[in-house]
Design a protein around this ligand. Structure first.
Ligand code: 13P
Length: 248
């Protein structure tokens, strides 16, 4: 079955009011393909600004992180209800920078994912192995463990997109080869078929992330299990548009 091509842009903790404005205005000025789902995730501080500036019907806005509880005494957290209130439709959860730098656990990420879905957000759930884990040959084991924490408490995956982002490929310029990425995506889908059922596994979009740019994006075009990209650095540049158009 055909899954819709999906391109996410994760700005990470980058930018200023002015640079975010120019990224969104640049997207507004382009004729984007109607059949590509695009989600941009600016820093939380610029979420409202981004939602207000965005005029593209195929572009939605997401947070990069949310907490697993409602408003309250949680200094500094992003609350899902407030993200919704600003008009954003998505959030990332489980980005490797939060798993490794902030030390978020699989279970905490699963709880955040559940809370975000319960509050009406769609979720890009990020998974992926570190270089050491890859060298030890446990890539699939790691991805399976990260996914299982979520499938343990969430049965309906229709509002989840999975982003496979090998940590060693993020921000390094060393993208996985399209063949390697396809192989891992295929194994991830097979694992999901066992845990959430074949029907849901067949429908779910699995994105590749890690050093995707305007030049290498078309190389992933014919890969059956790669349904799009989650882009970091290149989403801050005009080449993000070439990635969105890479399947034309
Ligand atoms: P880069 O595209 O900068 O490698 O980052 C990928 C990523 O982490 C997107 O979430």
């Amino acid at each position: 079955m055909a899954r819709q091509f999906f391109v996410g842009g994760n700005f990470k903790a980058n930018g200023t009011k002015q640079s975010v404005k120019s990224i969104v205005e640049n997207l507004n000025s382009e004729e984007l393909p109607k059949d590509v789902e695009v989600v941009i995730c600016p820093p939380a501080l610029y979420l409202g600004l981004t939602v207000d500036l965005n005029k593209q019907p195929t572009v939605e806005v997401g947070a990069q992180n949310v907490f697993d509880k409602a408003c309250g005494a949680f200094t500094g957290e992003n609350i899902a209800e407030q993200v919704v209130d600003l008009g954003a439709k998505w959030t990332l959860t489980g980005h490797s920078e939060r798993r490794t730098i902030i030390k978020e656990s699989d279970d905490f990420i699963a709880e955040k994912t559940k809370y975000a879905l319960d509050k009406g957000l769609k979720v890009i759930l990020c998974i992926g192995e570190t270089l050491d884990e890859r060298k030890s040959g446990i890539t699939l084991e790691v991805c399976a463990r990260q996914l299982d924490a979520v499938s343990k408490i969430i049965k309906d995956w229709s509002k989840i997109v999975v982003a496979y982002e090998p940590v060693w490929a993020i921000g390094t310029g060393l993208a996985a080869t399209p063949e390697d990425a396809e192989e891992t995506h295929k194994q991830i889908r097979e694992h999901l078929a066992k845990t959430i059922g074949e029907d849901q596994a067949e429908k779910i979009q699995i994105l590749y992330g890690g050093s995707v740019n305007g030049k290498n994006a078309p190389e992933f075009k014919d890969k059956k299990n790669i349904d799009g990209f989650l882009v970091g650095g290149a989403s801050l540049k005009p080449e993000f548009v070439s990635i969105i158009k890479s399947r034309l």
